[in-house]
Design a binder for this molecule. Structure first.
Ligand SMILES: [Zn+2]
Length: 336
């Protein structure tokens, strides 16, 4: 397994995710009625179908078959799927900065001003759009205000609130709902074939697009190992230093996702039994196990795990960062 969540582009699968059927029908209807907006903001949950819908929308306007586009099979549609259509520009965060920079937006603006190769639309796919830095977002504003004719800008974001209101107000927003478990399973079985996807999703959360890029059996195994280790840390029977080193060596993105889900489960369990009201700090006289982490601390840990996940591409000592988090799980008496 590659360990990278974006290793395979599940977004380009031709099997339509059932939970975006409403948006698909609405966009097709808008095009037929000549009311397709020039800018779409697709607001999705992490691992949702935002990229899939963005690529579908690009095919909608770049398909060469008249009638009921997109056909999915013409040269135009296939080039979009391969992200190699001359009238499609993809804007992604640069690897070093994790941002979309102003120079990239300027290049895009220049590209959109040129005549379309196929004589139709020109499309820009900006993903994740919440990676646009302030300068880049401002530079994009001009194109959003006065787009060249037959331009479609597609912005895909999990946190659109990070974009300036001036940008948001010029896009038609599509808020994608999260899939139900059965919708995720139906799509995964169709795209990747039958497997224990339920076990994989139990580890990953409702993120079928992420699951599709991974091997379900390995995901389930890594998930089970991660949960066992985290439970052992809380009991004081695992070593935070050794475990942090082990996690940092392989499959870290997946393990951090497991960590976040495990924390969320702990929070839910406390909400169920009412123990979120207690603010009792851990002490050596308290029994080990589930009682000593209070809910505020758990929420704090969720934020920090997310932060660590967001900065995975930035070179820093992950072993140390993880060790600090693990130490906070371990009972006070077990930490040297
Ligand atoms: Zn087509």
């Amino acid at each position: 397994m590659s360990g990278t969540e974006e290793g395979v582009r599940a977004g380009t699968s031709t099997v339509a995710p059932g939970w975006v059927a409403g948006e698909v029908a609405a966009l097709a209807q808008s095009l037929r009625a000549g009311r397709l907006p020039h800018a779409l903001l697709i607001h999705e949950a992490v691992g949702g179908a935002g990229e899939w819908l963005g690529i579908w929308a690009a095919q909608l306007v770049l398909c060469q078959v008249p009638g009921r586009p997109p056909c999915g099979t013409c040269a135009g549609c296939r080039r979009v799927t391969a992200l190699q259509h001359p009238d499609l520009t993809l804007l992604r965060a640069t690897e070093d900065s994790r941002q979309i920079r102003i120079e990239q937006v300027r290049e895009l603006t220049a590209e959109l001003a040129l005549t379309s190769h196929a004589g139709g639309y020109k499309v820009a796919l900006i993903t994740p759009a919440d990676a646009l830095n302030r300068f880049a977002a401002n530079a994009l504003l001009k194109t959003l205000e006065e787009p060249p004719a037959r331009t479609l800008l597609i912005l895909i974001a999990t946190q659109p609130s990070r974009l300036p209101p001036t940008v948001l107000s010029r896009c038609q927003r599509l808020r994608l709902r999260a899939p139900t478990r059965s919708e995720s399973l139906a799509w995964l079985n169709a795209v990747r074939g039958p497997a224990d996807w339920d076990a994989a999703l139990a580890v990953l959360g409702e993120a079928p697009m992420v699951a599709a890029t991974l091997e379900p059996k390995e995901v389930a195994e890594i998930g089970a190992q991660a949960r066992t280790m985290l439970d052992e840390l809380v009991q004081g029977s695992a070593d935070p230093v050794a475990e942090a080193e082990r996690w940092a060596r392989a499959e870290l993105p997946l393990r951090l996702r497991c960590f976040e889900n495990w924390l969320t489960d702990q929070i839910r369990a406390r909400e169920r039994d009412g123990s979120f009201l207690t603010e009792v700090r851990p002490g050596p006289y308290l029994p080990g196990g589930q009682t000593f982490l209070n809910i505020r601390e758990l929420f704090g840990l969720v934020d920090e795990v997310r932060e660590l996940r967001a900065t995975l591409d930035v070179p820093l000592n992950r072993g140390l960062a993880l060790e600090a988090l693990f130490r906070r799980l371990a009972p006070a008496s077990a930490v040297p």
